[in-house]
Design a binder for this molecule. Structure first.
Ligand code: PMP
Length: 438
């Protein structure tokens, strides 16, 4: 017989009873488990949120790398400051100004991707048993961090305009009545991962007011704000609130995630602690990649490159939503105005998680909605990412997905004939894909 250790391992691991309690929260995300399967070339992957870095002009990148080594080699290959280089923090101010944020270079702490920003902020604030409020659904990678610090993520109602202020008020009351400590409200206001929705300006202001009057910090995570298709989203929440907002930014989507450079903007006292936490985690963020980004931003027309990304992702989003409209018109989905993700709702008797192996067999992958909930919800949802496959591959992927969904419905029909699923409504049928499905 095997026994479960805190890490979810078992006594075949000789160290299983040595692990810290918090490792119980460490589990491979559903997204990560999928990467292995979905990376096979014959699979159309609508699963991972990988930016299409091949659209970066190679000579602009190699030019930046060459200049770093030629002109700044000694500093770039050395340890650096725990807060990040001054030059990069100045450029970060320029990037954030596009979203209405005014800050000083002292306010910025460079991190190893915004993922590390999530980790550092969690490390500073979370005690075991604390509550983090988040949208419903929320980013799987953030919830994994909160869990690893033994916090409980509590989802707050969200609709097509983002988090619902009344639901937030209600949730704060409920949690406090239950004796819970709310540490912060985690939000992705622009082109939400996974929901694809954007928080309206009016709601941004209302939510800031609720947070202020309830003494709750807001953690604003904004990786996608500059990747709008037509019009920019409302300004960042940090643009109107400096004391109550910690802001996370990243170069992963506007430049390249392989460099692993993001940043945190935080009120003075928090920022001082963040620098100490950053030093304790990594000594200093990579000087080499910071110099590379600085060179790229100094010499390339980076705003034009972001424009190129916008056009590319807009075309892919169109390919996805127009195929959904053609093949699965009875279903509903969000129609994002930027970013990488569409959130699809299945008929309530289909289960996106148990359908996934069949989908992979049909050579299409997606992320089941359950990945984005801490409470097991999301079985009738799917996150579809349109950032990486070409428009043709996306259309093929949707045709394959249609075949899978129809197959599931046929299966239910068969069971219904045996009387086993009498309570299931089966007058549901999605349009058939054309014969040339593969
Ligand atoms: N936050 C959100 C909402 C994300 O979607 C991602 C990447 N998928 C991250 C944070 C982390 O990004 P990075 O560490 O590459 O900056």
């Amino acid at each position: 017989m095997t026994t479960q250790g805190p890490s979810g391992g078992n006594n075949l691991d000789p160290w299983y009873d040595h692990y810290a309690d918090r490792t119980a929260g460490l589990s491979a995300s559903e997204v990560r488990a999928l990467f292995a399967v979905a990376s096979r070339p014959e699979v159309v992957s609508l699963a991972g949120g990988m930016p299409f870095v091949s659209a970066l002009p190679p000579d602009l990148v190699s030019g930046a790398l060459e200049r770093v080594l030629r002109d700044h080699g000694a500093e770039a290959l050395q340890y650096g400051s725990g807060q990040g280089t001054t030059a990069l923090r100045e450029q970060i101010l320029e990037v954030m100004a596009l979203e209405g944020i005014r800050a000083s270079i002292d306010d910025v702490v460079v991190t190893t991707g915004s993922q590390q920003g999530l980790d550092l902020v969690s490390k500073l604030f979370i005690n075991p048993g604390d509550v983090i409020l988040a949208e419903s659904p929320s980013y799987v990678g953030a919830m994994g961090v909160f869990r690893s610090y033994q916090a409980e993520t509590v989802h707050v109602g969200t609709d097509g305009d983002g988090l619902i202020p009344d639901a937030l008020r209600e949730s704060i009351m409920q949690q406090r009545a239950a004796g819970k400590t709310i540490k912060f409200l985690y939000l992705i206001p622009n082109f939400h991962n996974p929901a694809g929705v954007t928080l309206t300006w009016q709601r941004r202001l209302e939510i800031l007011e609720i947070a202020r009057s309830n003494n709750i910090l807001v953690l604003e995570d904004n990786p996608y704000g500059l990747l709008y298709f037509d019009a920019p989203p409302p300004h960042a929440m940090r643009s109107v609130e400096t004391d109550g907002v910690i802001y996370l930014g990243t170069f992963s989507k506007t430049f390249a995630p392989g460099l692993r450079v993001g940043w945190v903007v935080a009120p003075h006292a928090i920022r001082e602690k963040l620098i100490l936490a950053n030093e304790s985690a990594v000594l200093s963020p990579s000087a080499f990649t910071q110099y590379t980004i600085s060179e790229y931003f100094a010499h390339a027309d980076w705003q034009a490159q972001i424009d190129t990304f916008r056009g590319l992702y807009r075309e892919r989003k169109e390919a996805l939503t127009s195929s959904l409209a053609e093949y699965l018109p009875e279903l509903s989905w969000t129609d994002p105005t930027g970013g990488f993700y569409v959130w699809l709702t299945l008929p309530s008797h289909l289960d996106s998680k148990s359908m996934l192996p069949r989908a992979v067999k049909e050579l299409v992958a997606y992320t089941p909605g359950t990945a984005f909930f801490a409470n097991g919800d999301g079985r009738h949802n799917i996150r579809l990412s349109f950032c990486y496959p070409t428009p043709d591959a996306i259309r093929l992927g949707v045709r394959r997905l249609t075949k899978v969904i129809n197959g599931e419905l046929d299966l239910l029909d068969t069971f219904a004939g045996t009387g086993q699923l009498d309570d299931v409504t089966l007058n549901y049928r999605v349009s058939s894909p054309p014969p040339n499905i593969d």
